[in-house]
Design a protein around this ligand. Structure first.
Ligand SMILES: *Cc1c(COP(=O)(O)O)cnc(C)c1O
Length: 412
């Protein structure tokens, strides 16, 4: 059901009202409990959410922090990335992935993506490590020829809710001595079948550490800002507990300099409530993706997202690719259908990273994908009627533009 505040003829890109209407009593009672206890920072609501979310991801440790960006930055610092190191990631991601690298004092090195998933391409990672690096004989570490820096880590991003191909990435990381921090900010509950270990693994349980965001629009979203780091390494978890709280080990005893990066107690309570619904919401997203697939398959101009056989995607976003993306987006906007572009400019071409010295053409796949992606409405409460309306508007657009092309040809 669309919410009361929305025009029933439109399809919003995102609906953050309906799910909270359903949960209003439970969520308000979290706030009421915090008020009555006067407990807004630290305490049992945080400990409980950390235990719940660690269990959900299949990791022994989970540390709540203030945002996904903090989670990434703290994870890099805690796994041992040092000032001046280089960390590899994909140029086709949200800005925060690269910001975390530079804010941890390191230098981003980009590697191009697999066109099917939009995720870091393991074969290009291998090529980068073998051909664009030399091996320091003393340490055995890879040194980037481009930046002259020691490559000490990699951040695979599980973009749109589909996991990066982790087996070959982990094999390369072992071979070249890289720390692996998963950016799982869009992949709560996504799964990966490891052929290496012959078992399913959840996003966030595979690297040395992983970062989650609970920004309101994420699959598991707070009513404000929140994030978490998951890991199976108690030493890394302990380091993150220090980093989030000014480097303190016990009250006013600071072993290192840290940050104010704590998870808010009320958000933790809200997240515990919402986590119980996440498996159902994920199945709804997957069902919507299946149905979009059926509705859109007749439109040959639209390339639907591909779910790779190694995993189970959680469809944070439903991202199609089309040649003339901007025209389709304009048309959908006029039809009252909300869309998004994730993301229109790859990070290596961002003004903020001019100093990295990349140019157009450096990552051709990421550049092509950025020009073609369009995110259609996707959320658990999306209705069949809304999906039909989206598909109908897409069909209308391509019929009209084909008609225009034919008419243009005739008039020649
Ligand atoms: C949302 C997101 C982040 C940052 O999370 P915040 O909670 O907004 O700081 C990082 N990486 C990716 C891929 C994201 O989608």
């Amino acid at each position: 059901m669309a919410s009361m505040t929305q025009n029933p003829d439109t399809v919003p890109f995102l609906d953050l009202v309906t799910p909270h209407e359903e949960l209003e009593e439970e969520l308000v009672s979290v706030f009421r409990m915090a008020l009555r206890r006067g407990r807004f920072s630290g305490g049992s609501m945080i400990a409980r959410f950390e235990a719940d979310f660690g269990m959900f991801c299949g990791t022994t440790c989970c540390v709540g922090v203030a945002s996904g960006t903090d989670a990434l930055r703290f994870a890099l610092l805690a796994v041992g990335i040092r000032r001046g190191d280089a960390v590899i990631t994909t140029p086709h991601t949200f800005m925060a992935t690269a910001e975390a690298i530079t804010q941890a004092g390191a230098w981003p090195e980009f590697v191009d993506i697999d066109a099917r998933s939009g995720n870091l391409d393991p074969s290009k990672l291998e090529e980068f490590l073998e051909k664009a690096c030399w091996i320091d004989a003393k340490t055995g570490c890879a040194i980037s020829k481009r930046s002259g820096r020691m490559v000490s880590g990699v951040i695979p991003v599980h973009l749109y809710g589909q996991m990066a191909d982790m087996d070959p990435i982990l094999a390369l990381s072992r071979r070249f001595n890289l720390k692996v921090v998963e950016d799982a900010c869009q992949a709560h509950g996504a799964a990966y079948f490891s052929r290496q270990d012959d078992c399913w693994k959840r996003a966030g349980s595979i690297g040395d550490a992983a970062a989650f965001s609970f920004y309101p629009s994420k699959n598991l979203g707070a009513c404000g800002e929140a994030g978490a780091v998951t890991t199976n390494d108690e030493t890394i978890a302990a380091k993150i507990r220090m980093l989030r709280e000014h480097g303190q080990n016990q009250k006013y005893m600071h072993d290192i300099e840290g940050y104010n990066g704590r998870l808010d107690a009320i958000q933790a309570g809200i997240l515990s409530v919402k986590l119980r619904y996440l498996p159902v919401w994920t199945e709804q997203r997957r069902e919507h993706a299946r149905r979009y697939g059926q509705l859109l398959q007749v439109i040959l101009e639209i390339q639907r997202p591909e779910e790779l056989a190694y995993g189970k995607a959680v469809y944070h976003l439903y991202v199609v690719r089309v040649q003339d993306r901007d025209a389709l987006q304009r048309e959908l906007t006029q039809a009252g259908i909300g869309t998004g572009v994730h993301y229109p400019m790859p990070l290596h071409l961002q003004k903020a990273y001019a100093r990295l010295g990349y140019a157009h053409g450096d990552f051709p796949v990421a550049e092509r994908v950025a020009a073609e992606v369009l995110s259609l409405p996707m959320y658990p409460q999306l209705t069949c009627e809304q999906q039909d309306r989206v598909a109908e508007a897409c069909r209308g657009h391509f019929q009209r533009s084909a008609g225009l092309r034919v008419a243009g040809a005739v008039s020649l």
